[in-house]
Design a protein around this ligand. Structure first.
Ligand code: ADP
Length: 196
């Protein structure tokens, strides 16, 4: 099972990704969580990333590519994963494509059953702003939220077409209760196999 979770900030991808990952016993890899932990730990990566995150901008592609490459090479990532928050730009998606061809067991050779799926959770902007304001994370003030939504529409939304063209897209309406979204995701992805 190789899943990418896309969707605007506040779409619920983190919640759904975590839930399904524990259900399927595969790692939930959130680049946002990894970056926030790096900021708290004051690592070199955290120090480079913090100002971008606080401003609601994307952290430079190269930093994310290095981070994801390292994470994908960990032993627990060999049986599948849910990747939450990456790729977020077209260059990141192209890089990731290449990376999957290089990681043993993760590339096209692994066969149809472990095909990558890219899930998009769609939610209208007004609902997102309300959700994010009630979440209250450090980068969740109204101005930053609006900026993150704009960045999402400009830089990340094009990935929907990228994955649709490859017939890897699973589009789900995220403007429903958590349980309804989970049920639809389970159903939509139930044909996929855990891949060893
Ligand atoms: P959200 O809940 O807003 O979608 P995340 O927790 O996924 O946020 O990410 C928080 C912040 O981390 C982003 O606003 C961005 O600055 C940075 N970030 C996370 N993933 C990426 C990525 N793939 N590329 C660039 N920046 C990223």
């Amino acid at each position: 099972m190789q899943l990418i979770f896309m969707g605007p900030p506040g779409a619920g991808k983190g919640t759904q990704a975590q839930l399904l990952a524990s259900l399927w016993n595969i790692p939930h890899i959130s680049t946002g969580d990894i970056l926030r932990a790096s900021v708290v730990a004051k690592t070199a990566l955290g120090q480079k990333a913090q100002s971008y995150m606080d401003a609601g901008d994307l952290v430079p592609d190269q930093l994310l590519m290095d981070l994801v490459q390292e994470r994908m090479n960990q032993p627990d990532a060999s049986a599948g994963w849910i990747l939450d928050g990456f790729p977020r730009t077209v260059p990141q998606a192209a890089f990731f494509d290449q990376l999957l061809c290089d990681v043993p067991g993760a590339g096209p050779k692994s066969g149809k059953d472990c095909a990558l799926r890219a899930v998009n959770l769609d939610v209208p902007d007004n609902v997102l702003v309300t959700r994010l304001l009630s979440r209250g994370r450090q980068d969740d003030n109204e101005q930053t939220i609006r900026h993150r939504l704009q960045v999402y529409r400009e830089q990340t939304e094009p990935l929907i077409e990228f994955y649709r063209d490859r017939q890897q897209l699973v589009a789900v309406d995220g403007d429903r209760s958590m349980a309804e979204v989970t049920a639809e995701l389970q159903q939509a992805l139930s044909g996929d196999q855990i891949c060893h």
